[in-house]
Each structure stands twice: as C-alpha cells, then as structure tokens.
Design a protein. Structure first.
Length: 332
C-alpha cells in the first residue's frame, strides 16, 4: 500500500494527544466523584454510569479520526494499466532575428516583443508539439518539435539579434527550414507561425509560400513593428546604443513593417495575417484557428497506476462514528 498524499500522515500526531485528552477527562470526572463518595458506593449512587462505555466511545472516536486521516492521504493498492493518448498538431514558430528587429517603433524593441509573443503563444497550447526556427539571412532550428513546453521556453531565452551570423532577412529560408521539421506524411496537421517585420530582402517568397500550401502547411503571419517604422540602433557589447544603421550614402535607414509581403504569404497558404498588438489578441485568434484544425494522434503511453482505495477507509470511519453515536454512556 502507498499513499498519494503522504504529507497528510503527519496529522496522525494528534491521535496520541486525543488519547491523552480523553483519558484525562475520564479520570478527572472520577476524581471529582471520589470527593463525594467511595468508589464502592458509585454503583448504588449512579447505577446507570458505565466507565467502560466511555472508554469504548473514546476508542471508536479516535479510531475513526485516525482512519479519516489515512483516507485523506489517498491510500492506493492494486495496479491497473492506463493508456493515455495525446492528440494535437505540429506547429513551428519562425522568429526573425535580423538586425531590423532591434528597431524600437514598438517598445522596448521588436525582438523583445516577438520573444514575449512566442512565450505567450506556447502558454496557450495544449497537446500540440512546438518547434522553433530562428532566421536572418538563413534559417536555423532553435528547438526541434517537442511536447515539452518548458524546454521550448528555455530555448526562447537564447534567442537574440545576431544569433545567426549570416546577415539579411530571408523569409523563404525560414519557411524551408520550418517545413523540414515536419516529418509526418499527413499534410493536414502542419502549421507555421511567422513572427517578423516582413522586410524580406532575399529569396522567392511567393514561390516557397505556394509550395508550402501544396505540402499542406498553413502559415499565420504576425507583423512586428509599425508602418511608420524607426531607425535601427547599433548596439555595443554593454547594451548601449552607439549609433544607427546608415546606407552607403550615409542616410539613416528606416525599418518599416512590410504588411504586404506577410499578407501575401498568409493568403497563399490559407492562413491569416495579424499585426502584433500590446494585448496580444492576435495570439488568441491564431490559437482559436489552430484549435479548429483536426487533431492527430501524436503519442500513446501506457501507465501502471495504483487504484484509489480511500473510499474503503472513509466507509469504515463512518461506520465507527455511527457506532460511537449509538453507544450510550449510561446503562439501560
């Protein structure tokens, strides 16, 4: 026999205290009676009094309390085989780590807000597998598909601008790398969430989006930034801003959210486009769409579990309490 809530067993410490209290109470009454009459005369003066019944009632009460404590600790014995089937879909989130994600048109900057959104998105999942791809001039698998959400969120902490040495922004490579994580031949269970400012500088984005749709991938795009844009800061090793990115003519480069590209990707893959908001309402919408997709069996596990037996102890304790109630302290 094992106890699922073994910490509750510490309450059994009150049992000897109750035993002592009842013993003190009975003997205190006997001492009071002894002041008025000799013990040999009690059976004549108090013919209905029964000390034995008092002890029996006290014993039944203490035993019932002890058994109720054991019941609360959830005693278990007898094994049973349980099969747990987990259903869901495979989701890959591709997050932009190009230099433009340092822009501060949304506070504190685009990359921080993107990481916060990714973390919140994972919090909203249930049963699905999640993978993470980071991209700039090329794509990189940050986290393979996993159902361990805590592990996935640990990988988020490592994401930062400059993580990928290849400069630029190649959304096509990001989608290609995301597709490489899907190993299942069933095409209706694939979702890609693209978090980027949309400034695609390389690759044939429409071609790869069309091919993704043929492979059964649905792409939801989250635009990070604003149409007004902002300069891209140059960050020193200590985190301080030492200047802003300029073009070859020494003009300040203004990074703007390119919604057109992201809307095209979403349209071609039967997904949807959302601009990132402070309330993160776009995440709720994407999760709502994902929950409408038919789930597949991702994993089946067999567990050997002990059977709960607390009801046996509870019924026994109730029986003892009823017995205690029915026994009168007085004879007759």
């Amino acid at each position: 026999m094992i106890f699922a809530n073994s910490n509750i067993l510490i309450l059994l410490i009150i049992v000897p205290i109750l035993v002592f209290s009842i013993w003190i109470s009975i003997h205190k009454k006997r001492r009071l009676l002894a002041k008025f009459a000799n013990a040999n005369l009690w059976k004549y003066l108090l013919p209905n009094m029964s000390v034995i019944r008092k002890y029996i009632k006290g014993f039944l009460l203490i035993l019932a309390i002890s058994i109720l404590i054991l019941a609360s600790a959830r005693p278990q014995w007898g094994k049973k085989l349980q099969i747990v089937e987990r259903r869901g879909i495979d989701i890959v989130v591709a997050i932009d780590v190009s230099k433009s994600m340092l822009a501060t048109d949304i506070k504190p900057n685009r990359i921080t807000r993107a990481k916060d959104a990714l973390s919140a998105f994972i919090d909203g999942l249930s049963g699905d597998r999640i993978g993470i791809v980071t991209f700039a001039g090329t794509g990189f698998v940050q986290c393979p598909l996993t159902s361990d959400y805590s592990a996935a969120k640990m990988f988020i902490k490592l994401i930062d601008v400059g993580l990928i040495p290849t400069p630029g922004t190649n959304i096509a490579k990001a989608i290609e790398k995301s597709l490489s994580l899907f190993t299942d031949e069933q095409q209706k269970y694939r979702v890609i969430v693209l978090i980027t400012d949309g400034e695609n500088l390389q690759g044939n984005i429409k071609k790869i989006a069309s091919e993704s749709a043929k492979d059964g991938a649905i792409i939801y795009c989250i635009g990070v930034g604003t149409s007004e844009g902002s300069p891209i800061p140059e960050i020193a090793e200590d985190g301080s801003i030492i200047g802003y990115v300029e073009d070859k003519s020494h003009n300040l480069v203004l990074s703007k959210l390119d919604e057109t590209t992201l809307k095209d990707i979403a349209r071609l893959t039967h997904g949807a486009y959302y601009q990132m908001t402070p309330s993160q309402s776009e995440l709720k919408e994407i999760l709502k769409h994902i929950n409408m997709i038919e789930k597949k069996k991702l994993e089946s596990k067999k567990f050997t579990r002990y059977k709960e037996q607390y009801h046996v102890f509870t019924l026994l304790a109730l029986f003892l309490l009823v017995m205690e109630f029915l026994i009168w302290e007085k004879k007759g």
